[in-house]
Design a protein around this ligand. Structure first.
Ligand code: AMP
Length: 545
């Protein structure tokens, strides 16, 4: 027997209309490219988003088409977050820091119809445009005065909105329709598209808002430093609107002084971002002898949270909330929030728990599986691949039949190796993929290895992640030389520099006699990291003099 309750679809447009109705004047503050601040309330944000919806309906698109963005965290991007899915299109947020070839692949694979870009990305758009045959137009997210030159056909965001009505009847449709799209980093093979639905997004936003998780409450002020092109900025724009919390969008200014200015000026109470961003902020605040108050809660994820970061936030009387997630998990998969009874633990024990990635929130199930696919015990010691399932976990990839990341019984295989203790605290101990996560961005060890291995003096090269107090991780070369050959640090750097992004170039290398291999010929990275992964190593040779 079915229950006799109304079946109202969970749609993203409903979140904004809720905020506009009940939190009209609560502000969304956004930093423009010229560093000035844009400020309006949810009611005005909704009016402009309805104008955008009318404008989108006039573009050459049909329901379900992908609309891509190349944009920082700003108010126009916020309007796109609601307007695009609201009319039944799919918001495809693209990471402008990717290589042009990856961007071309992603935009073509997504069959993007329109590209909405911040004006500062005009040079990037210029390079991409000839390679995007399916694209019907480019819209720069600025006013007429700031339109980049050299784009006679490009549309202007503010010109699109200007003539439109601020009334719009949001269509009601099946909550399982696609709302957003984000590509994984694709360090092995091509990036893969994760396709969020209205239902998964609304449930996820409600999930992160639970007290004891992100717990965003009305009256709070939230600063998502995590980019809006990365997993819906951890859903913070949706979660904030859902409770009518003030939102501060920092634009392109993610440096310590820029962040501290808005934290003080806008009275930010909760922030969300990767460890590196927070280290920059704390370094600046401590050097300047300034407090980070009133920010008193900081959500940290995307990479493991180092102990020093928790300690430094403690010194500022700010609570760190360590979370784990992936593009495929919307992203919240687990969160390390302590319970009352942990209060009686010695500080060192509490710290150990905070350093873990934590427990799954209600809605998400997790388990660890051994190499034979059998579930492992929750004893805090057994290590296995972490698998998750739930209403905001991907069930497949867009336009990709590969099911290797899904188990036969329908769980998502994360590729992260972890333990789970008796209380359910999950701890990532390794990654089955060997990418290096530096400052929240991926560096592919394979690409760096391939370049080095084409040097005539190099017999074999491996790249591992070494610890780094600023960037979390940095790549380090381990090089086996050909017999009778020598190689200096600067020689290696000069050789690889033309082939990779400058921030990928490792700071140092270690010359080794040989690399350990598995039975199937793969380099044993875990063993190498254990031996050579410390930030400072006596045998490390700098790549610059
Ligand atoms: P992405 O899909 O780019 O967000 O990357 C997801 C990956 O980041 C995960 O599979 C983990 O390897 C890593 N990750 C995310 N959060 C954490 C965390 N709190 N601790 C350790 N690794 C993390």
């Amino acid at each position: 027997m079915h229950g006799l309750m109304m079946d109202a679809p969970l749609l993203i447009s409903g979140i904004l209309e809720y905020a506009a109705k009940y939190h009209r004047d609560t502000e969304i503050v956004s930093r423009n490219e010229d560093s000035s601040l844009n400020r309006y309330g949810y009611a005005e944000a909704a009016q402009r988003t309805r104008k955008l919806a009318n404008a989108l309906s006039r573009l050459n698109v049909t329901a379900g088409d992908r609309i891509s963005t190349l944009a920082w965290n700003n108010h126009r991007h916020f309007e796109m977050y609601f307007g695009v899915p609201g009319v039944g299109l799919v918001l495809h947020t693209v990471n402008p820091r990717l290589f042009p070839e990856q961007l071309v692949f992603i935009l073509n694979d997504a069959q993007s119809r329109y590209l909405f870009a911040d004006a500062c990305f005009a040079p990037l758009v210029k390079g991409l445009r000839p390679h995007l045959p399916q694209l019907r137009g480019v819209v720069f997210m600025c006013d007429r005065a700031h339109m980049p030159e050299g784009f006679p056909d490009a549309l202007c965001y503010e010109d699109l909105l200007a003539p439109e009505s601020d009334l719009y009847d949001w269509p009601q449709f099946d909550e399982r329709m696609a709302s957003g799209m984000c590509y994984t980093s694709g360090t092995t093979g091509n990036p893969k598209g994760v396709l969020y639905s209205h239902r998964s997004t609304v449930l996820h936003a409600m999930g992160v808002n639970q007290p004891g998780l992100f717990g965003i409450a009305p009256g709070e002020c939230v600063l998502p430093v995590v980019p809006m092109f990365h997993v819906n900025a951890w859903c913070v724009p949706y979660a904030a609107a859902q409770v009518g919390a003030k939102l501060v969008l920092p634009g392109p200014r993610l440096d310590g002084p820029g962040l501290l200015e808005v934290i003080h000026g806008e009275k930010v109470s909760i922030g969300a971002g990767v460890p590196t961003i927070w280290l920059n902020l704390l370094n600046h605040a401590d050097q300047a002898g300034q407090s980070i108050a009133p920010m008193s809660r900081v959500v940290i994820g995307g990479a493991a949270c180092p102990q020093t970061l928790i300690e430094r936030f403690n010194a500022h009387k700010a609570l760190t909330v360590h979370a784990w997630g992936m593009t495929e998990t919307s992203p919240l998969g687990s969160i390390s929030v302590l319970s009352d009874h942990h209060g009686s633990l010695p500080p060192a024990e509490r710290m150990k728990l905070q350093l873990k990635q934590g427990r799954a929130p209600f809605g998400i199930e997790m388990r660890i599986s051994g190499p034979d696919g059998k579930p492992l015990p929750w004893d805090g010691v057994s290590r296995g691949e972490l698998e998750v399932r739930g209403p905001w976990i991907a069930s497949g990839y867009y336009n990709n039949a590969d099911r290797s990341q899904f188990t036969a019984d329908g769980w998502f295989r994360t590729g992260d190796i972890s333990t789970i203790d008796a209380e359910g605290f999950m701890n990532i101990v390794d990654r089955s993929k060997d990418v290096i996560k530096s400052g929240g961005e991926w560096i592919s060890s394979i690409e760096l290895e391939n370049v080095a291995m084409s040097h005539p003096a190099v017999l074999e090269a491996a790249v591992i992640a070494r610890a780094d107090s600023r960037w979390s991780e940095r790549p380090r070369y381990l090089i086996v030389l050909r017999e009778g050959k020598t190689l200096s640090g600067p020689e290696l750097k000069a050789f690889i520099a033309p082939h990779v992004a400058s921030w990928w170039i490792p700071e140092d290398m270690i010359i080794v006699k040989e690399l350990p291999h598995t039975g199937t010929g793969k380099v044993m990275k875990a063993a190498l990291r254990e031996q050579y992964g410390a930030e400072v190593h006596p045998e490390a040779v700098k790549l610059t003099l």
